[in-house]
Design a protein around this ligand. Sequence first.
Ligand SMILES: Cc1cc2nc3c(=O)[nH]c(=O)nc-3n(C[C@H](O)[C@H](O)[C@H](O)COP(=O)(O)OP(=O)(O)OC[C@H]3O[C@@H](n4cnc5c(N)ncnc54)[C@H](O)[C@@H]3O)c2cc1C
Length: 466
Amino acid sequence: MTLSDTTTDTAGPDAADPRARRLRAALGNRVVLPGDDDWDLARMPWNLAVDQRPVAVARPENAEEVVDVVRAAAAAGLRVAPQSTGHAAAALADTGFADTVVISLARLRGVTVDPVARTARVLGGSQWNDVLEAAAPHGLTAPHGSAGDVGVAGYSLSGGLSFYARTHGLAVNFVRAVQIVTADGALVRASAEENRDLFWAVRGGSGAFGVVVSLEMDLLPYADVYAGMLLWDAARASEVARAWATWTTTAPDSATTTLRILNLPPLPELPPFLSGRSVVVIDGAVLGTDEGAAAVLAPLRALAPEIDTFGRIPAAGLVAVHMDPPQPTPAVTGHAVVDELPEDAVAAFLRAGSDPRLFMMELRHVGGAVARPVDAGGAVSAFRGEYICHAVAVVPVPDAAAGAGAAVGAAVALFEPWHIDALALTFVDGGNVDRRGGYGDAAGRLGELKRRFDPGDMFSAAHPVN
Ligand SMILES: Cc1cc2nc3c(=O)[nH]c(=O)nc-3n(C[C@H](O)[C@H](O)[C@H](O)COP(=O)(O)OP(=O)(O)OC[C@H]3O[C@@H](n4cnc5c(N)ncnc54)[C@H](O)[C@@H]3O)c2cc1C
């Protein structure tokens, strides 16, 4: 799939736009404009279903160049949207790309690990694979999510849910400092000691407060982890889903798992035993000893899965357990957060998962440390709820977008009776969902700080603050 497969409109903003010309004059070839040879490549996000057409895309290679771009955009009267990978491009598209320069941080990658302090300094466009590669030789790992090519800044600063989360909480609480370019074009450090209001705000408010050129974060002291997946044919979905739902009510915080129904297309790149099949999968990690983890998983293993890969693996291998797509993919997603999974909610999950238009219907077990606010945390340090009900449809061609959106909407609506007023911000990807549910009680102070640090609303973000 290439971007041109999904593109329906080739006109785009006018390269002769005087604001674009001002940017070119200020930044030269560090900015890509409509009509440039590499325009389509530069504007392509990870989520290929999103045809983003900003006024320009800037590709800075260091912090000073980020400062230059922010100042040039301000002088040209343009908004600025930081983007590392475009995994959340559909969320950003809710805000729109008019009058906006996308700052792609894709060239600002690199990680330095301090093995004694067990911390990492991560450049603003780095991806989780970069951190894992740098941390693993020191017997350390990180609170990454289920895909290694997700950006550290975008994920961490909007919460960040890992397979360590029920023990260690959200990734945002691992952030110790950020270096950030603010709306006035200043490069500042924000931490518990410096620019404390900004540090509070960016930990949740993310790209709405500036462009993060690097962040410092704690690492986790695990060289290896007990992790893997259990797989059954979808014919067993009812039995497995009911067992998992019951099991999660007493599972210890050391276990963070998901339950999914996957409707896999008949693709040659899939192993033959999976291609074209519907399967039910439980995956995740259980912290502790092999014996302890095996005891925790015993009730699930008693269901005799067709495949059981759970065992001790190098911690860096955890990023592959969920089998997320390894390349940019066009997709539509939606989610609801619920407190409980009574029999009818399990039935709703099974019904949603049987819709062949959905690639995946997932329940992520949260709660535990995910739901416990952290005293020294920022605007987002936890979210309420026990399960995320997450629907994903792939959009192979643009004409499939409406059907995919309808399928995701219908799946999420099935959970309406149990849906609580909470959101996992990193799981909000489009659909004009009101982000205030993700900010909870912090929304008021966050809005005040947005008006203080970005009075002209210069920064456009996947999760707007207002
Ligand atoms: C395949 C897949 C798997 C995923 N797995 C998980 C998971 O396991 N757990 C989970 O919690 N989430 C998961 N997500 C969601 C993911 O965490 C969010 O989409 C997140 O926003 C992606 O961050 P990004 O930087 O890669 O995306 P981008 O789209 O590049 O950025 C998203 C937003 O983050 C902000 N941002 C990014 N970089 C910067 C920066 N340097 N400075 C300032 N702001 C910045 C901006 O506001 C931007 O709009 C997954 C998403 C996908 C598509």
